[in-house]
Design a protein around this ligand. Sequence first.
Ligand SMILES: Cc1ncc(COP(=O)(O)O)c(C=O)c1O
Length: 451
Amino acid sequence: MNTDKLSRRDFLTGVSAGTLAMMTVGSVGAYANISRRASKLAVLGGKPVRTKGWPDWPYCDREILKSLTETAKSGQWCRIQGGAHQVKDFQKAWAKINGVKHCVATGSGTQALHTCVEALGIGPGDEVITSPYTDPGTISSILSARALPVLADLDVESYQLDAGEVAKLINSNTKAIMPVHIMGQPCEIGRIMAIAKKHNLKVIEDACQSHMAVFDGKMLGTIGDVGCFSFQSSKVIACGEGGAAIGNDDELMDRCYTVHNHGTSARGLTETIGPKYRMNEFEGAVLMGQMSGVKERFEKRNANAAYLTEKLKDLKGIRPQKLYAGTESGSFYLYAMSYDKDYFDGLERKEFVRAINAEGIGLGPSHLKRGLHREPWVDHILDLPVYKKMYSAKRLREYKEQCVCPNCEQVCQEMLMLWSSGPLLGDKKDMDDIVDAIYKVYENRKMLIKA
Ligand SMILES: Cc1ncc(COP(=O)(O)O)c(C=O)c1O
């Protein structure tokens, strides 16, 4: 049935009661949208909701090219060369945007996190509590210091670390908490800071996805002892590979500089152990070329995310990521939601995703299948001599037993995510495409189960 060709009256008799109910409460809007939602699914040979692309991300404009060309011509390609200024300028700009005193730019978010772990003196025998739902770089930054990443379970609705679970895992080896602001939205950072204070623990905020987001009047990455960002290609501020650590503690940030500069301090003395993690001038040049418009893009992503949430709020079976009270904004690197197949008459998530993708919308399942606690690194480190030497056999046995995060596994099974760095820079019509595609699959779910 091609509803595009139906009269309005024919059409209204054909659409489901659900759609009409939604229309009357005003959550559906124009008839045009309803017609699109009721039409034949693209996966079954119908016309897709969307055939055009999305705003480019990362983008390349004149400003970026000018900045890059200037660096290429200058021959100042490394930040420690005399006239090099791009990385220094970026450090100043990023510190200013975040309202902090210091910024140390690195070659990636993973490098920034590892720099902070080392600068805080965390090493073999120590434990750091973090999330099982994150990029492997989070875990790697702790493992690279030969410390133990202890994974606390999540809250199923926010996908963030459950602060209560964090508290349960603290022992005499625990030195720090590394909360992750997953998808770019704030975790329960207030409660986590209170727990850290009570137990005298350091907090390294993994803000790798959460550029410029604000919780309770404070920017993410500025709440803990130190905060880390990633500027990897897909992120909302991007230079290919890049990262930064920010903070206000003069001594700690000086140590971060020293650690990331192969142990050589700003005073020119080789003082400690450290990898070489310096951001290079080309990465700095891209970031500087991207600074204009940063605020406008941030605001646009937030406005579009709020629009999507409003439009999806009445669709049972799709539950956008829960945001904690105190959340003023997010980076919306990813727009995530949970899928409940019971409201889709049992339609499996993978079939839902296949149908949505056919409509031209790049919504996908969680990028992690079960969580990092279920990946082979756990058994690998338990067998390494350094871990056997530095942690008691009892602790390692317990550790393995603690690697159980049922909520994280549930989140992985239910999650749908839309990579948003580019798409959430679109206009309202682009957002309507996303909403219409979701409703279209919902409206036609029975056809998919039969198909
Ligand atoms: C939450 C989180 N932590 C750490 C990282 C690591 O950053 P990078 O890829 O720049 O090393 C990422 C990157 O995706 C991330 O999303």
